[in-house]
Write a protein that binds this ligand. Structure first.
Ligand SMILES: Cc1cc2nc3c(=O)[nH]c(=O)nc-3n(C[C@H](O)[C@H](O)[C@H](O)COP(=O)(O)O)c2cc1C
Length: 265
């Protein structure tokens, strides 16, 4: 944490406390659920708003506490305040949007011009070399390949857990959020890394944007609980055939991405 900022909480003291509520404490759960429900994506922000430095610290402090495989904490966060860099990252995404349209990808790509409007702009990075912290053989065998694939999943899940903590902290402060991926490709890495001086060994995974919305946000549809919960065994009615899944992706995906929950069913 930089000397220029004064944290709102005594982080060192907070570090020492493991203060769990009584089991089943509904009040604490409700407070958390209020934040979870209000974590809502927007794709255009109020660009006149300036995020106080302290908020970046509070948000990334939440990211720091995330769980990770082998406690490896394989994440790095780059706070981008320079409007020129924001614009250049936005330009890359707008170009990607055009490429997808030309390639007839049939994916409902959003309007990435909204990136440049985000007052809060954080690039999420990972050091993929951390896969060696997980169970791997490193002997080039087929078995090693299998373990390596799993190690990569552990790593990506770890970064996602940390990123999600940051998103929830932003939501807790009252901000809307936007989680942008689509940057796994090599050309995306090449476009992004020099802008931020990111070393070759480090990968850019996501962009995390936050701020007050440009328009009133809407709540998207989320599957009802009984559709996702299975008790004691996987319930056959929850399984989608290939055709059902294709149909869902073709006809419903764009609606659940861009419409109010009430306009989906
Ligand atoms: C792993 C992950 C990747 C995502 N990638 C993108 C993305 O590249 N572009 C985008 O516009 N939204 C992206 N999103 C945002 C989702 O589209 C959004 O969370 C989803 O539609 C549900 O809406 P909600 O966040 O308002 O609940 C991503 C979200 C997650 C968790």
């Amino acid at each position: 944490m930089s000397d220029a900022t004064t944290p709102a909480v005594d982080l060192e003291q907070a570090e020492e406390q493991v203060d769990l509520p009584p089991i089943g404490s509904r009040e604490r759960y409700d407070a958390l659920m209020q934040v979870l429900r209000n974590r809502v994506t927007v794709r255009k922000f109020d660009e006149t708003f300036a995020v106080p430095d302290e908020h970046y610290d509070l948000i990334l402090e939440a990211a720091r506490h995330a769980p990770s495989g082998a406690n490896s904490q394989p994440w790095h966060y780059v706070v981008v305040r320079d409007v020129t860099i924001k614009q250049r990252i936005t330009d890359y995404f707008v170009e990607e949007q055009r490429f997808r349209a030309k390639a007839k990808m049939k994916f409902p790509t959003p309007d990435y011009r909204g990136l440049a409007t985000a007052p809060g702009f954080i690039v999420v990075c990972s050091d993929m070399r951390w896969v060696n912290a997980f169970p791997v053989l490193n002997d080039g065998s087929d078995l090693d390949r299998m373990y390596k694939e799993n190690a990569e999943r552990i790593l990506l899940q770890s970064v996602a857990a940390s990123t999600m903590s940051a998103h929830l902290a932003a939501a807790a402060l009252g901000y809307n959020v936007w989680w942008v991926t689509a940057i796994g490709q090599e050309n995306a890495q090449k476009a992004m890394k020099p802008l931020l001086g990111i070393p070759d060994e480090i990968s850019v995974l996501d962009i995390f944007l936050f701020g007050p919305p440009a328009q009133k946000p809407y709540k998207r549809w989320h599957k009802p609980l009984d559709e996702i919960v299975n008790r004691d065994c996987f319930e056959p009615e929850h399984f989608m055939s290939d055709d059902e899944l294709d149909d869902w992706i073709k006809n419903r995906c764009h609606r659940v991405m861009y419409k109010d929950a009430s306009k989906v069913d």
